[in-house]
Design a protein around this ligand. Structure first.
Ligand SMILES: NC(=O)c1ccc[n+]([C@@H]2O[C@H](COP(=O)([O-])OP(=O)(O)OC[C@H]3O[C@@H](n4cnc5c(N)ncnc54)[C@H](OP(=O)(O)O)[C@@H]3O)[C@@H](O)[C@H]2O)c1
Length: 271
């Protein structure tokens, strides 16, 4: 298993010293270098959290860590490079965080990607990687950090799913199914974790303006919401301990449509 830390330079510039800093909570954000993850990192840093950032692209992670540290001095206490598509990628990231003696108060499982196209024409290897990031790594990280949080008697987990979790998605079948897993998994363990003082919430964004679409092989729809707005709503929802957070009135209203209509609409849009 490949595990690459980014060295002491990212773990930081004496930021762990000082009483005020030590009282700050720490959030681990996966997929922190782009889109919703980057916006969530800004949101948490703006609220005084210390950040542990993670992604698989080392150069970009280094740049984003430096940029966030400039925007929010003393915020970035870790930048950990880990490919979550690898077998055991989530376990690898957990090990790297523990090796740095960092206690995570809030885990944000945001890293993920989608694939659009007819199931029979999508590359199976990419699909397996997607399942690795969207399901396996989310499960590993949630399992391991949840255990620590339960032992400490507190903590929060925000798992990023999608409105795609609420119905099957023709021409994006496996992606939507991964997000249905995330929502159901999160809602179930939320019940289990409550008695330990740990909260788990699922964030279900609708279409959001990020690099996601380009990577999935499609275009950003014009009605897409900004990632910063999604992050603001997500942070508030987590503070209020909402079980499922769906940013935007339109996204919430769309969930009231009959399943058949949604299925047909998605098929038309994604075909
Ligand atoms: N954009 C939307 O419309 C939308 C809607 C609903 C839900 N979502 C969900 O929101 C989350 C964030 O997506 P986004 O729209 O912000 O996309 P994005 O801009 O493409 O960001 C994805 C982030 O995940 C990281 N990532 C991807 N593959 C990874 C891997 N193998 N290992 C570790 N990190 C990996 C990326 O960094 P590296 O490539 O460097 O690793 C990047 O930081 C995803 O879970 C997505 O499913 C997005």
């Amino acid at each position: 298993m490949k595990r690459r830390g980014m060295g002491e330079g990212n773990d930081l510039t004496g930021n762990g010293k000082g009483h005020a800093v030590q009282n700050r909570k720490t959030v681990l954000v996966t997929g922190a270098t782009s889109g919703i993850g980057l916006a969530l990192s800004r949101e948490f840093a703006g609220k005084g959290y210390r950040l542990v950032l993670s992604a698989s692209g080392e150069d970009r992670l280094r740049k984003v860590a430096a940029r966030l540290e400039r925007e929010f001095p003393t915020s970035v206490i870790g930048a950990i490079c880990q490919d979550l598509a690898e077998d055991g990628g989530g376990i690898g990231l957990y090990g790297q965080v523990r090796a740095r003696n960092i206690a995570v108060d809030v885990l944000v499982n945001n890293a993920g990607f989608g694939l659009v196209g007819e199931e029979i024409s999508l590359p199976l290897a990419r699909e397996r990687k997607m399942i690795g990031v969207n399901i396996s790594a989310v499960t590993e990280l949630t399992h391991l950090f949840l255990r620590d949080m339960c032992q400490r008697g507190g903590g929060k987990i925000l798992n990023v799913a999608s409105v795609g979790a609420f119905q099957p998605g023709p021409y994006t079948a496996a992606y939507y199914a991964t997000k249905a897993y995330v929502v159901n998994y999160t809602r179930a363990l939320r019940v289990e974790a409550k008695k330990y003082g740990v909260q788990a919430c699922a964030l279900c964004p609708g279409t959001t303006r990020t690099a996601f679409f380009e990577k999935a092989g499609s275009r950003v729809p014009i009605w897409a919401m900004s990632a910063s707005k999604v992050a603001r709503i997500a942070f508030r929802g987590l503070e209020r301990n909402r079980e499922v957070i769906v940013p935007g009135v339109v996204n919430r209203l769309l969930q009231c449509l009959p399943q058949r209509v949604k299925l047909w609409g998605i098929a038309m849009l994604k075909r």
